[in-house]
Design a protein around this ligand. Sequence first.
Ligand SMILES: [Zn+2]
Length: 280
Amino acid sequence: MLRFFLEVSAHLQSPLTWLFFVLGAMMGSFYNVCIYRIPRKIFFAEARSVCPNCGQPIPFWHNIPILSWLLLRGKARCCGARISAQYLFVEVFTALIFPTIYWLFPFVISWDTGLVIDSPEMIRCFHALTFTSLLLICSVIDFEHQIIPDVLSLPMILATPLVVYLHPDLDWKSALIGVLVGGGSLYTVAWLYFVVRKKYGLGMGDMKLLAAIGGWLGYQSILTTIFWGSILGSFIGLGVIIVRRKMDLDTKLPFGPFLSLAAVGYLLFGHYLAEYLITF
Ligand SMILES: [Zn+2]
């Protein structure tokens, strides 16, 4: 535990950690634009950000990640409309996860006397950043609209060969089996659910998402992802039922965010958890 705190404090002193913090906050701001525009199919509609309520252009000094939301206390300056805390959540999440991912894959060996980079580690780092970012965007959209857009999940599946080609640890066989097992296993669960309950419980979106996860992380990730995704989903679903104080079997809870959380947990902390479980 002490070693952990020493490591954290060492990382907090590195300017690279803060660089990734700022980069994460800025990317989070961009992901918010994606989350708003992709399901509304207006991604390329206009280049400038406008207020979703009154349509007025937002000046860039009201668009500073995290700070603007806090300074304006979640209200739009133009018309006073409430700005969802979701925007803040996404920016804070990326601002924290980016330096965490760099911490797990520290690819800069030295940089004061000329930049020395560990290339395989850099690929692992960017793979984790891209994977986490795409799943975050999918999750928030799924949470809000109960869909996982094909424009995100299908290109992720199609990018599998590129990911395998670039990634130092992923091999063809586990990625290909990952896509098939990922898509197939959820298809089986959806089919069983349909047979038992006579309606669709799991969307095809979840299936494509899990196929993408299998492709990017290998088939070894699938069982863990489904297992922890279901456990997280059940606990949080139970929490929702208790808070709302009614038992409703049709309570709609998207599965995508829980699958994503489990998959990102597997990618980032899988080693640590495995070691931890072995030592006990
Ligand atoms: Zn407005």
